[in-house]
Design a protein around this ligand. Structure first.
Ligand code: 5GP
Length: 170
């Protein structure tokens, strides 16, 4: 399987990151913020975002997968949980891609039960899906098509995460 075509260039992605970072810098000025990165796919976006933040910020990570057959069961599995107490904290989740909405909607439910002060979401790539669970994503990167994509943290069987651009596979 080869890379079919570049969908979004490195330059476009970097410009978007700066734009989102500026919004986040404005919105959280004077506040403490915890960036909650969702592994593995968001690792490049988190790193690029971090370099453009000018805030009192710390970084935490969770690793989440869908149970097999998740479309029918609608469940996620926490592979690595947070090791801090988030009650009373401002949380910004950074996720790679939004498709069915299962991951983010389930994660929000789990985190809200831990009583944070606020939770917002940044997601780099938003796909259309006819049965999408609605989730409010405040900081949105790019709306893309329904093709399977790789690059900028996203993989196909563990490969292609390192690409600095987003591509579709053939
Ligand atoms: P959701 O729970 O919204 O259906 O999907 C989110 C997860 O599905 C992402 O974190 C990612 O792991 C996976 N995913 C959905 N679409 C794609 C895609 O086009 N490419 C890759 N590499 N992963 C995807």
């Amino acid at each position: 399987m080869n890379i079919a075509k570049k969908l979004i260039s490195e330059k476009e992605i970097q410009e978007k990151i700066v734009h989102l970072a500026n919004q986040i810098n404005n919105d959280y000025k004077g506040k403490e913020l915890i960036i909650l990165g969702i592994l593995k796919g968001a690792f490049i976006a988190i790193s690029d975002l971090a370099k453009n933040l000018n805030l009192d910020v710390s970084f935490e990570f969770m690793s989440i997968s869908s149970y097999e057959g998740s479309e029918s069961t609608g469940q996620i599995k926490i592979e690595k949980d947070l090791d801090i107490d988030i009650s009373g904290k401002n949380i910004l989740i950074v996720e790679d891609i939004f498709d069915t909405g299962l991951t983010l909607s389930s994660l929000i439910d789990i985190l809200e039960s831990r009583n944070p002060k606020s939770i917002e979401i940044m997601c780099m790539f938003i796909k259309p899906h006819d049965k999408q669970i609605p989730v409010d994503i405040k900081y949105q990167g790019f709306k893309i098509g329904s093709d399977f994509v790789v690059g900028y943290g996203l993989d196909y069987m563990g490969r292609f995460r390192e690409l600095p651009y987003l591509a579709a596979l053939s």
